[in-house]
Design a protein around this ligand. Structure first.
Ligand SMILES: NC(=O)c1ccc[n+]([C@@H]2O[C@H](COP(=O)([O-])OP(=O)(O)OC[C@H]3O[C@@H](n4cnc5c(N)ncnc54)[C@H](OP(=O)(O)O)[C@@H]3O)[C@@H](O)[C@H]2O)c1
Length: 390
């Protein structure tokens, strides 16, 4: 039996990971769970999985959880709780399903411990990809992608040399707004942007699917995971979300990984890697597979995508700045304080200021994250004077 900690256990990825564990009793011992503030749900999870430790970022939530938990359960609390827990417990594998930059420090801790990291939190690689890849190498840890596209790429690259790759193709559904004109994008409300056509996910990634900023983050993620330059990564709109990504080799062969859109697939793959364990997840479903379409993304309607390529080319703190600005812009959009069509301009304007926070050590990247958040709020104020201030 392998031991596991699950970070972001109350979210979309976290709860689907628990579904996979329920389907495979006796395969994993859950040694720790971490969440932000959803203490009731987290306490229920601790009880169900007889888990000896819980981390909650929100201190008030932790106080309430303490009262509800058996005394034997070790509680970590505060903004660093998930990272503290990842640094303190014994485990073989951590699945990181925390959303946003909050996932970075836990990822660092897992790799420093020499444990394997099943990574859904793409922000970790977007902010500090080089640093994490170096840490994994130095500590003989594996980073196992949970993002469906990168899980697909890993499966398509299995046993092959990256030097023989012509292109990595990341597929994108195009999100909820893929058929709207530029003018129509001006009228989009959070409710409309959150109605994803094929996937059910947390709000940040769902808005990122509508702007294609999520795909921009995935371009950066792929560049780090597989060590390829921007010129060898392509994005293709694939509405059905059945082909999860493709690798084109120098001999013209294209290898892809397919399956119905269900995140339990890549979670299952990462948890049991390198083995393949039987599951009841669906494979070929004729009615889902009968019409598979592929289109070029429109750079005018999806300007976010180019920002991802720019970050790969520029390296350094670019990913950290991009991610932080997008987190702030998405929060402002969801609060009704920023129009949809201003999301990418805000991020782009902050990226133009990245020289203000130089360096690429962990401390410097965290400084860039803080600086870019402040700059994003300034940009929002400039664009929409009645917008977010804190
Ligand atoms: N959802 C998907 O299908 C999908 C697919 C591919 C990749 N991903 C990636 O997976 C990550 C998670 O996405 P999601 O959709 O599952 O997000 P989500 O539903 O919003 O869940 C986020 C999780 O992170 C927890 N959290 C937030 N702040 C935290 C902190 N400071 N410390 C510890 N935990 C914290 C939340 O706890 P609370 O509930 O207490 O707030 C929740 O458990 C993202 O990086 C996303 O890009 C998701």
């Amino acid at each position: 039996m392998r031991s596991l900690i699950l970070l972001g256990s109350t979210g979309s990825i976290g709860t689907q990971c628990l579904d996979v564990l329920r389907a495979h009793p006796g395969q994993f011992q859950l040694n720790g769970l971490a969440a932000g503030s959803s203490w009731r749900e987290a306490v229920d999870q601790v009880r169900e999985f007889d888990c000896p430790a819980l981390a909650l970022a929100d201190r008030d939530a932790a106080t309430l959880a303490r009262e509800a938990l058996p005394e034997s359960v070790r509680l970590f609390e505060g903004p660093q709780a998930a990272a503290d827990m990842a640094g303190a417990l014994d485990y073989d594998l951590a699945l990181n399903g925390v959303v946003g930059a909050a996932g970075l420090q836990p990822s660092v801790r897992v790799l420093e411990r020499g444990c394997d990291l099943a990574l859904a939190n793409k922000e970790s690689l977007v902010i500090a990809g080089q640093l994490l890849m170096d840490l994994a190498l130095a500590n003989k840890s594996r980073i196992l992608p949970v993002d469906s596209e990168h899980s697909a790429l890993q499966q398509c690259l299995h046993g092959e040399q990256v030097g023989r790759v012509r292109y990595l193709y990341l597929t994108a559904s195009g999100g909820a707004l893929r058929d709207l004109t530029l003018e129509e994008l001006h009228e989009v409300t959070p409710e409309v942007a959150l109605a994803h056509p094929t996937w059910t996910m947390g709000p940040r990634i769902t808005i990122g699917s509508a702007t294609l900023m999520n795909k921009a983050l995935e371009v950066i993620e792929a560049a780090h995971l597989y060590g390829v330059g921007a010129e060898r990564i392509r994005v293709v709109i694939h509405r059905q979300s059945i082909v999860h990504s493709m690798v084109e080799y120098v001999d013209g062969s294209v290898i892809s990984q397919l399956g119905p859109p269900d995140m339990r697939g890549p979670i299952h793959h990462a948890l049991f890697y390198p083995d393949r364990i039987a599951s009841d997840l669906k494979g070929y479903v004729p009615e889902l597979f009968q019409n598979l379409t592929f289109e070029e993304p429109d750079p005018e309607r999806f300007p976010a995508l180019e920002l991802g390529y720019r970050c790969v080319r520029e390296g350094g703190n670019a990913g950290a700045v991009l991610n932080a600005a997008d987190e702030v812009a998405v929060a402002a959009f969801l609060d009704g304080q920023l129009p949809f069509h201003e999301l990418v301009p805000v991020v782009s304007a902050v990226l133009d200021r990245r020289h203000e926070w130089p360096g690429s050590t962990l401390a410097e990247l965290l400084e860039a994250d803080r600086g870019a958040r402040k700059a994003a709020k300034e940009e929002i104020m400039r664009l929409v004077p009645t917008g977010a201030t804190d």
